[in-house]
Write a protein that binds this ligand. Structure first.
Ligand code: FE
Length: 344
C-alpha cells in the first residue's frame, strides 16, 4: 500500500493514558502528559549503578563474628529476600502487563526507564549477596519459604493476574476499572507500602553505622521507588480525570479495602520477620508507621484517610525527602557524562 501523504497531526485532545490514539509508534508530540516526561528526565539525572558503591566495610562486618547480632543478620537477609521478589514483580508488571495498554508515548518513555531501574535494583541485591558471600539460593527463594513475604507477593500477583491475560484489552468499563485497580495495587500498595518497613530497617542499619554500603544501595533504590510511586499516582489521577466514570463509589470502597488489606499484610510482615523489634522499632511502631504512610497514599489519589496516627519514625520522612535531592549521595564515585562530552 502506498504511503498516503497526510499532514494530519495527532489531536492532543485524543491523547490518553489508556484508550488514546493508537500507539503503534512512539510519536512523542504533541505531548500531553508532561509529568511523565519530567519523570523520565529525573530518572536519567538520578542514574546510578550498584557497582559504584564500595562494599568493603560491609564485607568486613559480615565476616566478623561480633559486628552484627544474630537478629540483625536475620533481619538483613529477610529484607533482601523480600526486595528480590518485589522488584522482579515490579519489572514484570511494567514490561509484560502495563506498557502494552498505555497509549501515552511519554508515559511509555518513562515505563522503559522504570523497567530498567527495576533491573538495576535486582542487580543491587545480586551484588550485595555476591559481595557478602551469602547463600543466594536461599535469599532469592525466600518468597517460597517465608510466609510473610509470600502473602504480600501473593496479594499483588493474584490481583494483577487479569491484566497479564493475553486477551485482556482496555476499552470497556469493566476492563478499564480492572486496569486502574491494577495500577493502584502495583504503584500504591506494592511500591508505596510494601517496601517501607524494609526501607526503615535498612535506615536502622545506616543509623548504627552498620552495613553502610548495602544501606546506601537501598537509599538509591528508595529514591527511584519514590519516583515510581509519584509517576504511578500521576497516571492514576490522570486516568481519573480522563475517564471520570470509572471512579465510582463502589470502586472507591473496593480500593480502600484493598489498601487496608495491604496495610495488615505489611505490618504482619514486620511483626513476623522482626519478632523482637529492631533498632528500637517494635511491632507497634511499624504498625503506626505503615498506617501513617497508607493515609498519605490514600490522600494522594483522592481517597479518604483511614488511620489518623502520628508518624512514629519521623526520621523516615526526612530520609525520603532527602533522598529526592540530587546531592544527597556524596559518596558516589562516578559522575555521569552527557553524551556530548564523552570521548570516543
Ligand atoms: Fe519500582
Amino acid at each position: 500500500m502506498p504511503i498516503t501523504k497526510s499532514d494530519k497531526q495527532v489531536d492532543i485532545n485524543k491523547r490518553r493514558i489508556i484508550n488514546g490514539v493508537d500507539a503503534d509508534v512512539i510519536q512523542l508530540y504533541p505531548m500531553r502528559h508532561i509529568f511523565a516526561w519530567d519523570a523520565y528526565n529525573t530518572g536519567n539525572a538520578n542514574h546510578w549503578l550498584p557497582t559504584e558503591i564500595g562494599m568493603q566495610k560491609d564485607i568486613e562486618q559480615w565476616r566478623s563474628p561480633t559486628a552484627l547480632t544474630p537478629e540483625e543478620r536475620q533481619a538483613f537477609e529477610t529484607v533482601l529476600g523480600f526486595f528480590t521478589t518485589a522488584d522482579s514483580i515490579a519489572a514484570n508488571n511494567v514490561v509484560l502487563a502495563i506498557y502494552k495498554h498505555i497509549t501515552s508515548p511519554e508515559c511509555r518513555m518513562y515505563l522503559l526507564r522504570q523497567g530498567y531501574e527495576e533491573a538495576i535494583h535486582t542487580h543491587a541485591y545480586q551484588y550485595i549477596v555476591e559481595s557478602l558471600g551469602m547463600d543466594e539460593g536461599r535469599i532469592f527463594n525466600m518468597y517460597r519459604t517465608v510466609s510473610a513475604i509470600y502473602n504480600k507477593d501473593n496479594l499483588v500477583l493474584s490481583l494483577n493476574e487479569g491484566i497479564f491475560d493475553p486477551y485482556f484489552k482496555t476499552g470497556t468499563f469493566e476492563s478499564d476499572q480492572k486496569f486502574l485497580e491494577n495500577l493502584i495495587v502495583f504503584s500504591v500498595i506494592l511500591e508505596g507500602i510494601f517496601f517501607y518497613s524494609s526501607f526503615a530497617v535498612m535506615f536502622g542499619f545506616q543509623r548504627q553505622n552498620k552495613l553502610v554500603g548495602s544501606a546506601e544501595q537501598i537509599q538509591y533504590i528508595m529514591r527511584d521507588e519514590s519516583q515510581h510511586l509519584n509517576f504511578g499516582i500521576n497516571m492514576i489521577n490522570t486516568i481519573k480525570q480522563e475517564q471520570p466514570e470509572l471512579w465510582t463509589k463502589e470502586f472507591e470502597t473496593k480500593m480502600i479495602n484493598l489498601m487496608r488489606r495491604g496495610v495488615v499484610l505489611e505490618y504482619t510482615y514486620a511483626k513476623e520477620v522482626f519478632p523482637r523489634g529492631i533498632f528500637g522499632m517494635n511491632a507497634q511502631g511499624f504498625k503506626h508507621y505503615i498506617e501513617h504512610i497508607a493515609d498519605r497514599r490514600l490522600e494522594s489519589i483522592g481517597l479518604p484517610t483511614q488511620y489518623h496516627v502520628d508518624n512514629p519514625f519521623p526520621w523516615m520522612s526526612e530520609a525520603v525527602d532527602l533522598s529526592k535531592e540530587k546531592n544527597f549521595f556524596e559518596t558516589r564515585v562516578t559522575e555521569y557524562k552527557v553524551g556530548g562530552t564523552l570521548e570516543w
